[in-house]
Design a protein around this ligand. Structure first.
Ligand code: FAD
Length: 385
């Protein structure tokens, strides 16, 4: 048995990393264990949009907190945060109604946003099409990160900032239990570690640890398809761009009074059947990430999602993106799928085993925005502070 830790974190994605961060900030000694040589799951496959504006309830609060934390870390260490705002483009009457209603809500609670006229949208985002853009809701304070850089840089920042952090990569946790008043973690190869508390932040990996706990829950896995253009150095598409289908999908808009009366027009029905809503995000290398779609399988049936990328879905996304924006979408540089776990309640799945092992998985599509805030609260709860 090696040294004893205050906290062992299983999984070094966004959720595990922010649990480690907050425990370290509270003076705890932390070991973070990651099965892969470096994280390659949802945390690096996403858009990197940090968009509290799309969240509701406590998730909005976590998102606002997370935005502030991203900005403050960026002031100390380059973790790839850009303060370039978010926008939701309305393309018809229903979407326009929802952005007005959401603006009224955010005006009431004092979360800054402004309506952009078609003229203002096209001045700010000249690559978007006048035929699509009616009006938009813009959040200047929101940020984005580069998902393929962020997690590695924040680990480097944490290693530089906290001497009480150990990270072990290529180390799969195969067992976790409580005995003799402490939590014990076993890794492949048989080595064991002990801690006061353990956080299991294993993303959508439901088969290795606590499968008996997960199988009793209403958990699913979603497969999301993503596309990346070749570098477009002459293009300037700033920030997080959400579109009409995002307005029709995101939690924040679903809370608006008019949402119940919104109908899906025929031309969007097939897109919605694949859970497609178009988001655009230009990365620092000039490529544009276009996504995404959502297909679902119950846990235990994840294999039904298939291993291939569905080219019909990619074609639908490109066609809709072409209705929205006018940039070169030929000769894509990458296409990929990312997966996340989610619970039917659309909340995170939390469970505490034997008082010391705290499972936090299934945050769904909001983890880059909300993990930091959620983890801060969870660490306070776990250590009773
Ligand atoms: C395509 C896509 C786009 C998205 N876009 C956005 C966005 O723009 N904004 C936003 O807020 N959210 C977005 N999300 C959601 C966000 O990416 C996720 O909510 C978040 O990354 C989940 O983080 P996590 O740490 O829970 O999971 P993961 O990133 O999956 O990390 C879990 C880690 O645990 C490790 N692990 C699992 N089991 C073990 C074990 N037994 N031992 C050791 N290690 C283990 C895995 O290897 C993995 O590295 C997107 C997701 C996807 C897939």
């Amino acid at each position: 048995m090696s040294d004893k830790y205050d906290l062992i974190v299983v999984g070094a994605g966004a959720m595990g990393t922010f649990h480690a961060y907050h425990a370290l900030a509270a003076g705890k000694k932390v070991l973070m264990l990651e099965k892969d040589q470096r994280p390659i799951q949802a945390t690096v496959r996403n858009f990197g949009m940090v968009i509290a504006s799309g969240m509701s309830g406590k998730w909005f609060d976590y998102g606002v907190y997370g935005t502030g934390l991203y900005k403050s870390i960026q002031e100390r260490f380059d973790v790839s945060v850009r303060n370039n705002g978010s926008v939701y483009i309305a393309s018809d009457d229903d979407e326009q109604q929802l952005i007005h209603e959401l603006k009224a809500h955010y005006d009431t609670i004092g979360y800054g946003c402004e309506l952009l006229s078609q003229h203002a949208i096209l001045a700010k985002y000249p690559t978007l099409k006048a035929t699509y853009c009616r009006e938009a809701l813009y959040f200047p304070q929101e940020v984005s990160v580069e998902p393929n850089l962020f997690i590695h840089r924040i680990h480097a920042f944490m290693q530089q900032s906290f001497e009480n952090l150990s990270i072990r990569r290529s180390t799969a946790v195969t067992g976790c239990d409580v005995s003799n008043g402490e939590a014990q973690v076993t890794v492949a190869g048989g080595e064991k570690f002990a801690a006061e508390q353990v956080v299991v932040a294993s993303g959508h990996e439901f088969k290795l640890l606590f499968p008996e706990v997960f199988k009793l829950q209403n958990l699913s896995v979603s497969k999301l398809q993503m596309l990346r253009t070749k570098p477009l150095p002459a293009l300037s598409l700033s920030g997080n761009i959400g579109t009409g289908l995002s307005i029709r999908r995101y939690e924040a808009f679903r809370e608006c009074p008019g949402y119940a009366g919104i109908k899906t027009p025929e031309h969007l029905q097939e897109l919605e059947s694949y859970g497609i809503h178009i988001l655009l995000k230009q990365a620092v290398d000039g490529t544009v990430i276009i996504g995404d779609s959502h297909e679902y399988a119950r846990i235990g049936e994840e294999e039904n999602l298939g291993y291939a990328l569905n080219q019909h879905i990619n074609a639908l996304m490109l066609n809709e993106a072409g209705r929205i924006a006018d940039f070169d979408m030929t000769g894509l540089s990458e296409t990929w799928a990312g997966h996340y776990g989610l619970h039917d309640s659309e909340e995170i799945f939390e469970n505490t085993v034997d008082g010391r092992i705290h499972i936090a998985v299934g945050i769904g599509g909001k983890g880059m925005t909300c993990s930091a805030g959620y983890a801060q609260e969870n660490i306070k709860r776990i250590f009773g502070e």
